[in-house]
Write a protein that binds this ligand. Structure first.
Ligand SMILES: Cc1cc2nc3c(=O)[nH]c(=O)nc-3n(C[C@H](O)[C@H](O)[C@H](O)COP(=O)(O)O)c2cc1C
Length: 210
């Protein structure tokens, strides 16, 4: 649960700290969530939309974080991949139930560098790397066995566990934040919200009504 033992300079819970950089605040909240969540503290909903403005949201795992932004990995030919290619804007929402906290991010996306994608891909277990080749993510699958057969085929093609190349269609997207909003549950729905807005490379803070 949230600390109720102090306020920051804006008069909100001390867990919001008094930081100029929201990535630093995110890191603190995330470190706490890593201790309290029962699993996947890095699970995050990512919303995209296509050229007809149809929103679409699904969970992914946060696999990289820097001052530049929030990175997740996926198949670039998937639904989300096609949508992001059409509209390079995305939104993310973390919800840590154990802390009753939420963080929302909105911004534009870029593909991570080849080296960044290779480094992460090569850190994954063999099965996951084979799966990235075998799964035509988001395409229609006629029967489960077709997929299982494709897995076997790629295991035969890449038998050396230390040498499975990264599929060209598998990489990471970095969501580069324009805004990051931190939310904490309050008694009687009197919640607390702190929003950071990026104005020409400088972060500005504002409180929002809950
Ligand atoms: C907790 C959780 C984490 C997930 N992490 C990822 C991920 O990191 N990358 C990914 O491509 N799909 C991930 N998925 C699967 C996606 O939610 C989704 O089913 C898949 O990517 C296809 O989405 P799309 O058709 O919108 O592209 C995850 C699902 C869950 C429930």
């Amino acid at each position: 649960m949230n600390q109720k033992n102090g306020k920051n300079s804006l008069g909100i819970d001390i867990c919001f700290e008094d930081l100029d950089n929201p990535i630093e605040l995110f890191k603190k909240w995330f470190a706490k969530a890593e201790k309290t969540e029962i699993n996947d503290p890095n699970a995050v909903a990512v919303a995209t939309s296509n050229k007809d403005n149809q929103p679409n949201v699904r969970m992914v795992l946060l696999k990289g974080l820097s001052d530049k932004g929030f990175v997740f990995y996926t198949n670039f030919n998937s639904k989300k991949g096609s949508e992001l290619k059409e509209n390079l804007k995305a939104s993310m929402c973390f919800h840590w139930k154990s802390l009753r906290r939420q963080v929302r991010v909105i911004g534009s996306v870029e593909e991570v560098s080849k080296k960044e994608a290779d480094d992460y891909y090569n850190s994954r277990p063999y099965k996951n790397r084979i799966g990235a080749w075998a799964s035509s993510q988001s395409q229609t699958l006629d029967k489960r066995n077709t997929f299982l057969k494709k897995i076997k085929e790629f295991e035969k093609k890449y038998p050396d566990q230390n040498n499975v190349p990264r599929p060209p269609h598998w990489s990471g997207w970095r969501v580069m934040p324009d805004e990051i909003e931190f939310w904490v549950d309050g008694e009687g729905r009197i919640h607390e919200r702190l929003n950071y807005k990026n104005k020409n490379g400088k972060w500005e803070k504002e409180l929002l009504y809950p």
